[in-house]
Design a protein around this ligand. Structure first.
Ligand code: ADE
Length: 231
């Protein structure tokens, strides 16, 4: 997959690229590129944003600057780009990211993520250049960069070769293998710690019973929507 991030802060992604499962994915032939709109503005002082028409706080990313940046990078009119690849505006009000959305993106050959800053994008960027909007949750971040990393992490780890074990991404929380439910609890050594034991069935070696127990715990977690109940 070719994953491009349009960001005013490309440096943030240097650290991210070095993290093991991301580095594995990149070594495996996937790409994570960044594009800085500031490198493509013709406005004085590297200006990329402006005050909102109608007044109000904050600054808005300009449509002409985004147009120039995308046009230079892809050598195409950005209006046509969304027919060739998913072009996604990261915004708190967008389509909320879940496992199904991640799977959808992991199946794409090419995705571009647009990071907003300040008050976000001129709406014409979203309307004319984007195929989707995406929110990582109903709260507001200072910009889209952390959201882009969340998307990149969730998507790249689904691709073959990024996780150590081929099955790790199959039977995991919210996957079809678990009927869309959260994952079952895990335990490891020591089998006894401060008097806290481990469910007997997991030590039994009965694969069928273990599978049933896990599925039942996963179903239980799915039924309690507020997360795992704690004592
Ligand atoms: N940009 C700012 N907040 C965001 C959020 N919650 N999701 C995606 N992009 C954002």
């Amino acid at each position: 997959m070719q994953l491009d991030v349009v960001t005013l802060f490309p440096d943030w992604f240097e650290w991210f690229r070095g993290q093991r499962h991301i580095a594995n994915a990149l070594r495996g032939g996937h790409e994570l590129r960044t594009l800085n709109p500031r490198d493509h503005t013709t406005l004085s002082g590297g200006q990329v944003d402006d005050t909102p028409f109608g007044g109000g706080a904050g600054m808005v990313l300009r449509v002409d600057v985004m147009d120039a940046a995308l046009r230079a990078f892809y050598n195409a009119d950005p209006v046509d780009l969304r027919r060739e690849r998913r072009v996604i505006a990261l915004t708190p009000g967008g389509r909320v990211l879940d496992d199904a959305f991640v799977d959808e993106l992991a199946a794409e050959p090419a995705v571009t993520l647009l990071c907003g800053r300040y008050e976000g994008f001129d709406e014409r960027i979203v309307q004319h250049f984007c195929s989707d909007t995406l929110s990582i949750g109903r709260y507001v971040l200072a910009g889209g960069e952390l959201a882009a990393m969340v998307v990149a992490d969730a998507v790249l780890r689904k691709l073959p070769g990024s996780l150590g074990h081929a099955d790790s991404a199959v039977e995991e929380s919210f996957s079809a293998a678990l009927g869309g439910n959260p994952e079952y609890p895990h335990y490891t050594r020591p089998a006894e710690y401060r008097g806290w034991g481990v469910p007997e069935v997991l030590l039994s070696g009965h694969h069928e019973e273990i599978r049933n127990w896990r599925r039942a715990r996963s179903d239980e977690r799915g039924a309690s929507s507020g997360g795992t109940p704690l004592p």
